[in-house]
Design a protein. Structure first.
Length: 280
């Protein structure tokens, strides 16, 4: 875990209702690209650890026989189940648990996915457990936004969201050090998952980069939802000052764009596929 920080159940408290509206999606076609790379054919099982409201699991479910989502936040799983019903996904089930609770009697999996969730876990312990949960030929998949694209995309043709100003407003309300649940992330979240996976005996099989860049329109309501979907500005962190924060946030957004319209480009998605070495 990050220095001096311990996980607690309030990490994303109150954020689930804001996720679908606030968060940008992964690159269109990421599910198809991953399924093709792995040769998924509707058989086998997929586990999504830290699945949230099913952002990755639901589009992947049609490529496997069963998809299991694990998350410690019951509200996230309730939203995932609601989304599954809305999309007609019938082969998914949801388990309230932390990654550290694995294997939790869940059995073996062809694919285990961490979509921007691995950094919240006790990574060495979790990586070792996941390796033992993989069926023969199974893989560990880490999915995230591409952090360092080779060239910066051109700006969208409208007002971009004022993310820096929103971050300044959050700091003025919550303090200069990033909040996370009941604790502080003094040094930010963990990186270099590649070293963790190598220590656990994984080898990198493949890297996929799924391009995006499409311009999407965003409203002030979308950006308020974005703020509340984040661990460092989750609604519970503001306590009784939540209405005041939202008032100030909306005033900031109105100043940036009086008509309440913004635009930004979808980020490219990076998918890292890891497998244990073959046992001769």
């Amino acid at each position: 875990m990050s220095d001096g920080w311990q996980w607690d159940s309030s990490l994303f408290r109150g954020s689930a209702a804001h996720y679908e509206r606030g968060r940008l999606p992964y690159a269109p076609g990421f599910a198809e690209a991953l399924a093709e790379a792995l040769g998924l054919d509707g058989t086998g099982r997929l586990l999504d650890v830290g699945c949230g409201p099913g952002t990755v699991l639901l589009p992947m479910a049609r490529y496997v026989a069963e998809a299991v989502g694990v998350d410690p936040d019951a509200d996230m799983l309730a939203e995932a189940e609601r989304q599954a019903g809305r999309r007609g996904v019938t082969n998914a089930r949801w388990v309230t648990a932390r990654a550290e609770d694995l294997p939790a009697g869940l059995g073996e999996f062809r694919v285990v996915v961490f979509a921007q969730s691995f950094h919240w876990t006790e990574r060495d312990r979790v990586a070792g457990t996941v390796r033992e949960m993989l069926a023969p030929g199974g893989v560990f998949v880490h999915l995230s936004e591409l952090k360092n694209p080779p060239t910066a995309p051109p700006p969208p043709p409208s007002v971009p969201p004022p993310y820096d100003r929103i971050a300044d407003l959050v700091r003025r309300r919550l303090g200069p050090v990033r909040r996370a649940g009941q604790g502080l992330l003094v040094n930010g979240t963990q990186g270099r998952e590649d070293l963790v996976l190598e220590r656990a005996g994984f080898v990198r099989v493949r890297r996929l980069v799924v391009p995006a860049g499409q311009v999407v329109d965003r409203t002030a309501d979308d950006l308020v939802a974005w703020a509340f979907s984040r661990s460092d500005s989750a609604p519970h962190l503001f306590g009784d000052e939540l209405p005041d924060f939202e008032r100030d946030l909306r005033a900031l957004l109105h100043e940036a764009s009086p008509d309440g319209r913004f635009a930004e480009r979808l980020p490219t998605t990076e998918i890292m596929i890891w497998g244990p070495p073959r046992r001769d």
